[in-house]
Write a protein that binds this ligand. Structure first.
Ligand code: ATP
Ligand code: MG
Length: 413
């Protein structure tokens, strides 16, 4: 019989892999809290319109990647492909549009129907950070600095480069859009089929194309700089100055446009060359129109998302949890006393294990095999609240009062 397999593009997280994910999330939670974020958790599915109306009709996600289904009541639902739309929906739903700014951290699974390959899955996981209700470029810089601090805390800032760009305000964008249409129209026959469509609907998205032919054309496309309004140029200049004040290194890259329609002003990506084609580990930007588009008031937003699987491929293996102390009743008579000691150890915050079965010899063999450093042998001395602490590394053993033993083994803060 063939073994059952998980759905294509999904994976089980077990052992080291699970530890890598947990380490990334706890590190990011800790750093995001330093930047004032509260953690939100929103449903992993939303009404399909939350994504289809808001991510942009030409985005990869909406055109080909959504996991949408009709539920038993006939409502169209979609497994969330990203976190921002749900967070904005939640801001409006929960009446928080008067309590601004809000700084939000989230972590959880995302779903996209993609061609699975290294660093690209159908169920993957993201950490993300959003600041809602702050119009100033200082918020953009803070969101980016928080991202940089998380990458540093994970030990992967080396070899990861921050690329920033501006998409301007709507006026700059319209002018730039016209320039792009003019340019790409003269090369229309060389564009990929997807990009021909984008040329009509959202030519900026051509800059984000992964098609080699498109990439060659994009190299000579006009950049946005000459089309920026004074306000948009000032916003971008302020962002750069704040980043410098925060000690965050960056390079300017006019090719960073981001895949979703809702971005304006700031767009950025942290990119590495250590993951082949899937080099973007963390990406985001400013999305001032999104909350309003969802039926809320005009509230600005800036944020980012990062793929945990891609981060997990870059980090060093997190330290293994301490080996548990193995409790061993020397024979079945002492099992109740051993269970009681096992319970006390765990109550004191000391990781402890007792095998479910086996004689003394088997239990010692197994303790040695699992790499434990200490065993506690529970025998007749237990009647006077004593037990034998055995050092499994050198084989020495000493009988101690249980209270002393608990003290000796207590985890050091
Ligand atoms: P790409 O250009 O690689 O498709 P994207 O623009 O679709 O990325 P975003 O929507 O910005 O990606 O998502 C933010 C981050 O989430 C990415 O930088 C990446 O680290 C991660 N990510 C996106 N899609 C996947 C996926 N299918 N599998 C694993 N990680 C992903
Ligand atoms: Mg994508």
């Amino acid at each position: 019989m063939t073994k059952p397999q998980p759905p294509r593009g999904t994976q089980d997280l077990i052992g080291t892999e699970a530890r890598r994910h947990a380490h990334i999330i706890s590190t990011a939670q800790r750093i995001a809290a330093l930047y004032g974020a509260a953690e939100w958790s929103t449903p992993i599915f939303e009404a399909t319109s939350v994504f289809s109306r808001n991510l942009g009709e030409t985005s990869d996600i909406v055109t080909k990647e959504m996991y949408s289904f009709a539920d038993r009541g006939g409502d169209s639902l979609t497994l969330r492909p990203e976190g921002t739309a749900g967070i904005c929906r939640a801001l409006v739903t929960n009446g928080l549009t008067q309590s601004l700014p809000q700084k939000i951290f989230y972590a959880g699974p995302m779903f996209r129907y993609e061609r699975p390959q290294k660093g690209r899955y159908r169920q993957f996981h993201q950490i993300g950070f959003e600041i809602l209700g702050a119009e100033t470029a200082l918020a953009d810089a803070e969101a980016i600095a928080c991202a940089a601090a998380i990458l540093r805390a994970l030990g992967i800032d080396d070899g990861v480069t921050l690329n920033i760009n501006t998409l301007g305000d709507p006026q700059s964008r319209d002018a730039y859009r016209d320039a792009l249409i003019a340019y790409f129209t003269t090369h229309e026959q060389k564009l990929s089929a997807d990009s021909k469509l984008r040329l009509e609907k959202n030519p900026l998205r051509i800059l984000d194309s992964k098609d080699p032919g498109d990439i060659a054309l994009v190299a000579n496309a006009p950049t946005i700089a000459p089309y920026l309004t004074d306000d948009a140029a000032a916003f971008y200049a302020a962002l750069k100055s704040h980043l410098t004040a925060m000690g965050v290194a960056f390079v300017e890259n006019p090719g960073i446009v981001r895949g979703l329609d809702y971005y304006n002003h700031t767009a950025f990506e942290f990119v590495t060359n250590r993951l082949g084609a899937q080099g973007t580990v963390l990406a985001g930007g400013r999305y001032d129109g999104l909350v309003e588009q969802m039926g809320g008031p005009a509230i600005s937003g800036i944020g980012w998302g990062a793929g945990i699987e891609r981060l997990a491929m870059l980090i060093a293996e997190p330290p293994a949890p301490p080996a548990p102390i193995i409790v061993i009743p020397i024979d079945a008579t002492y099992e109740p006393a051993a269970i009681s000691l096992l319970t006390q150890l765990r109550r004191q915050g000391i990781a402890a294990e007792m095998n479910y079965r086996g004689n003394l010899k088997r239990r010692l063999e197994r303790a040695n095999k699992t790499g434990a450093n200490w065993a506690i042998l529970v025998g007749p001395e237990s009647s006077t609240d004593q037990a034998a602490l055995k050092n499994l590394t050198d084989g020495t053993q000493q009988t101690l009062p249980i209270a002393t033993l608990l003290q000796q083994l207590a985890p050091r803060p």
